[in-house]
Ligand binder design. Structure first.
Ligand code: SF4
Length: 344
């Protein structure tokens, strides 16, 4: 029987060495926080149930023995929520003859509460943390009901740096209710500041997705619209929701450097996870990145909105489906902001 190389079978890593395969592991299910966009507590409940720490370590050790995998990515929503569990886990790992690398998800206030455990976590293989930063906009953040504020992320980042963790990742959510070019710009600007630290700082960008049953789902149509009806693209890797705030934003003062955008599009190739791929390619065939940049700059300097720009592109290119134009324009703007072609 043909055996695939492990790196192709396990599409997971712990960020610090992406070429080394890692395995996912879950010690708990559930989350008590009820953030308005999140479906985790709807799936697993708000009461957090943990597997016995010994069982989790046994599973990890078995995978080390069987597959020689040494990197593990905890997928628990908040692994450190149960302090006693973490202490027991560390006690077992300390006594084990096996050592391994691992990362986990957490929240700033949980890190503060358990900061005395960080040294032991690091000593026992913890390489870093993923934190749901989401956005730098206080208004958008408040709408998410995260029960937190972004100042706490700066503090958590400092504490993790002081404890010499090798990796810190922030998860970002784009295009939530209230998102504008300005809030996107500010968010990426802040991320660039974090990147100046000595440890590896990385981020993953997701798009706001109205999952059925969430508070976001219940109100999302009052503040925007779906880019595709049905659930086919309801994954956070797709831009599947468009807030009115983004469409109605007049980005006077913002411009896209046409040369930079052209070069970036050439270097990165096709944007990934596009809903209207066929139409997206049609637009790309008729509108070069630099032409898009000129159009954007013209519309913003004339104090027009993103919605005006979308309508213009749809008319000129004779596209009936405005949704595919909205996807194209928003993805190009986000791409320009994220990679530094947008200026102000
Ligand atoms: S976003 Fe994170 S903290 Fe908020 S409900 Fe979901 S899992 Fe819990």
């Amino acid at each position: 029987m043909y055996r695939y190389p492990l790196s192709t079978v396990y599409n997971e890593n712990i960020h610090i060495n992406k070429s080394v395969p890692a395995l996912q592991v879950m010690a708990s299910r559930g989350c008590p926080y009820k953030c308005s966009f999140c479906s985790s507590y709807l799936t697993w409940g708000t009461y957090v149930k943990y597997r016995p720490a010994q069982m989790v370590v046994d599973e990890i050790v078995e995978n080390i023995k069987k597959y020689s995998i040494n990197d593990f990515h905890f997928y628990d929503d908040n692994l450190m929520l149960n302090r006693e569990w973490v202490i027991e886990f560390l006690n077992i790992v300390e006594k084990s003859s096996y050592s391994f690398n691992w990362i986990c998800l957490s929240r700033p206030e949980i890190i503060f509460k358990n900061s005395d455990l960080l040294f032991r976590m690091k000593k026992n293989g913890c390489k870093g943390f993923e934190l749901g930063f989401e956005t730098y906009s206080p208004e958008v953040y408040k709408k998410m009901n995260k029960k937190n504020n972004y100042d706490s992320f700066f503090k958590a980042y400092s504490i993790l740096q002081e404890n010499d963790f090798e990796m810190i990742e922030f998860l970002i959510m784009g295009f939530y209710i209230g998102e504008t070019i300005e809030t996107l710009y500010e968010t990426y600007l802040q991320l660039k500041k974090f990147m100046k630290g000595k440890n590896l700082f990385t981020y993953s960008r997701y798009f706001a997705t109205p999952f059925i049953g969430t508070e976001f789902y219940q109100i999302h149509l009052q503040h925007g619209h779906n880019l595709f009806d049905g659930n086919r693209y309801k994954y956070a890797v797709y831009l599947n929701y468009m807030p009115d705030s983004f469409l109605d934003f007049c980005g006077v003062g913002y411009y896209i450097d046409a040369n930079s955008l052209e070069l970036l599009c050439f270097a990165y190739g096709e944007l990934d996870h596009i809903i209207y791929r066929k139409e997206f390619n049609q637009i790309n065939n008729k509108l070069t990145p630099s032409q898009f940049a000129y159009l954007f700059n013209r519309f913003m300097s004339e104090r027009k909105t993103v919605r005006d720009l979308n309508r213009y592109i749809a008319d000129v290119l004779e596209l009936d489906n405005i949704l595919c134009v909205e996807e194209y324009v928003a993805r190009m703007i986000e791409f320009s902001v994220r990679l530094g072609a947008m200026r102000r």
